[in-house]
Ligand binder design. Sequence first.
Ligand SMILES: Nc1ncnc2c1ncn2[C@@H]1O[C@H](COP(=O)(O)OP(=O)(O)OP(=O)(O)O)[C@@H](O)[C@H]1O
Length: 348
Amino acid sequence: MGPHPAVAAIRLAVRRVLHDILDDHLTDDTETSATPAQTPHERPPSPLVLVACSGGADSMALASALAFEAPKLGIRAGGITVDHGLQPGSDLRAEEVVLRLRELGLDPVESAAVTVGREGGPEAAARDARYAALDDAAERHGAFAVLLGHTRDDQAETVLLGLARGSGIRSLSGMAAVSGADGRYRRPFLQLDRQTARKACMAQSLPVWDDPHNTDPAYTRSRLRHEGLPALEKALGKGVVEALARTAQLSRDDADALDSWAGQAEASVRDATGLLECAKLHALPPAVRRRILRRAAIEAGAPAGSLFARHIEEVDRLITGWRGQGAINLPGRVVAQRQGGRLVIRQG
Ligand SMILES: Nc1ncnc2c1ncn2[C@@H]1O[C@H](COP(=O)(O)OP(=O)(O)OP(=O)(O)O)[C@@H](O)[C@H]1O
């Protein structure tokens, strides 16, 4: 008898990503293997892949599938859990996760304790601290990739959060299957629903830990998960999550295309001194023009995370609704103003 269908599904998802990782690793090695010491018969060392595991159902399922699939492909597999220190006893729980990962046969396995700051709110601060710890672990162990357990349901939630912010298709494109420095982060479960991951844990008798934050109504994402999405499914039907995840993929492709268009158009709207020419900007489609303005503001020192659509719209009015308005203040003490048909964006 073959494995439970849910177990087969998680293993297939991980196998696909491991194949991609092997391909990338091979290309990477060919590029850097021009060292004279290496003979043509020497095989590159097998890549190390770490799973980021909270002990929750999604990432435990991911860890189990990695432990099963990696050795078959000659990949070394390890795991890391981050102790955010936000709840009493979180250190003991992290140790428990470490034990479970070791029991699965992963090596190296470690827990990393972090201090969560306040910047950007509790969720963003925890995320920043978590990714810093994951980056650090990947560097220390020389890991080629880090797997994350985000599912299609997480993707649907991310799309809705982006939609509610009203900030354009980049934020509708949700999470990428591959992201981070050199494509370090991989999300094998983006097409898989959360129920499958949970069932796979049950079928393998893997104990899972349900993070109380995931059900705490103080968190926006938790309210969306437990109230927002069920209400949407009730109103629109069961296919909503899948449709939102598809929206993410389509939006990502569109956003990438527009970003690349803006990158190419930018050179053509700058004068010989590098200043942006308002008339040429005016002739561009708004989606391309606003991207150029956003890039220029970031280049001048505006922090990307604090630069909102309304800031860019106001700068855009210097081009499309010019009535002699004054300088516009942007985050990061950046100032945008129109001078003699040119747009000057610089730190003031
Ligand atoms: N404390 C942690 N330590 C290590 N990795 C983590 C931790 N928290 C989250 N992650 C990683 O980020 C992914 C997404 O986490 P998040 O909490 O947003 O989703 P989740 O649906 O609750 O996932 P899970 O069921 O795995 O906890 C996890 O699947 C895991 O790969």
